[in-house]
Design a binder for this molecule. Structure first.
Ligand code: TRP
Length: 328
């Protein structure tokens, strides 16, 4: 048994990509490992957020975690900023992380864009905070999408650097659990870019809170191509392949089984069945999110319990770190 830690930023609505590509996996892992699922509001503020919306979003993400099947009795669900040790450890780790390593981070380069001089220091040191999230709990398994792979490798390197600098074996090397390409859910408008909450077009994603009509409309409008029927070829038919991937992840049928099933059918029939399956799965999730959102006291209780559980571990680790570093 290991320790699982992962997190999502409380910005915007969670969508089908978050569910099939991440949270669905966590649900399975929580039965095999001690698990902590964080809502990373400190990461969110590397980009300017509206403070009221940020506060509310933490509750929405907590509701979504639970609605998707994270069991708060089994797993700690907590807000990153409620456990102060995250920022404290991030500082100490930053003193063990060479700038050269951070300069290689492609996400920073993309996000900072051309005007790198004006980018916030926090956007640059973002991966060090992420390393602190992980190492604070001595996590052994970290499920992430492949866009976070480089940050996880950095966390491993920083763990190694700290251990070497302080001649200790305090931090285990966290194992990345990279969520495979079968569950990489792409935009419904462009099969070559990831389904994302920051895409300006709401039609590009299925939000976990979308109702039946909206889900049906979005799949009906989902981009396909001029070729007949359905077949799987990510290079030549990225959009259709994505829809097959979604169908497969939602139904537990393999891609081949799906392709056989629709060998003589048209795109309309395929999309209509896909809608039925998606609605069946998501309507339960969206109604649970709604119910939970109306029961704020319950969500606050879950977050407090998760925070206490996380704090207990974080406290012990920080005591060890302070002793090693020579802090009082
Ligand atoms: N950076 C991650 C993302 O944007 C979120 C995150 C923050 C995270 N801390 C983490 C993921 C620790 C896994 C482990 O997706």
């Amino acid at each position: 048994m290991g320790i699982v830690l992962s997190g999502v930023q409380p910005t915007g609505n969670l969508h089908l990509g978050n569910y099939l590509g991440a949270i669905n996996n966590w649900v399975k892992m929580q039965h095999e490992h001690e698990s902590l699922f964080c809502i990373v509001d400190l990461h969110a503020i590397t980009v300017r957020q509206n403070s009221n919306e940020l506060r509310e979003s933490v509750l929405s993400v907590a509701a979504a975690y639970i609605a998707c099947g994270i069991d708060p009795k089994k797993s700690a669900i907590f807000c990153q900023s409620a456990v102060r040790e995250h920022t404290e450890l991030a500082w100490i780790l930053s003193c063990n992380a060479p700038i050269g390593w951070l300069n290689r981070m492609t996400q920073f380069k993309e996000k900072a864009g051309k005007n790198r001089e004006k980018a916030a220091l926090g956007l640059y040191s973002y991966p060090v905070l992420m390393a602190a999230d992980i190492l604070l709990y001595k996590a052994t398994h970290v499920p992430v999408g492949d866009d976070q792979k480089q940050h996880l490798e950095l966390a491993r390197d920083i763990a190694g650097a700290f251990n070497r600098n302080y001649e200790t074996e305090l931090f285990p090397s966290p194992e990345p659990i990279i969520i495979g390409d079968t569950t990489r859910i792409m935009s419904l408008r462009d099969g070559t870019s990831k389904m994302s909450k920051s895409d300006p077009s709401d039609n590009s994603r299925i939000n976990l809170t979308d109702n039946t009509d909206l889900i049906a409309k979005k799949f009906r409008k989902a981009k396909s191509d001029m070729e007949e029927g359905i077949s799987y070829d990510v290079e030549k038919r990225p959009e259709v392949s994505n829809l097959i991937g979604i169908y497969s992840a939602l139904s537990n049928l393999s891609r081949d089984e799906i392709i056989n099933k629709y060998a003589n059918a048209g795109m309309a029939e395929f999309k209509s069945d896909l809608t039925t399956i998606a609605v069946e799965k998501l309507s339960k999730i969206s109604s649970t999110i709604k119910e939970l959102r109306e029961n704020q006291d319950y969500l606050e209780e879950i977050l407090s319990a998760g925070r206490d559980k996380a704090r207990a571990i974080a406290n012990t680790t920080m005591q060890e770190v302070r002793d090693l570093v020579g802090l009082r």
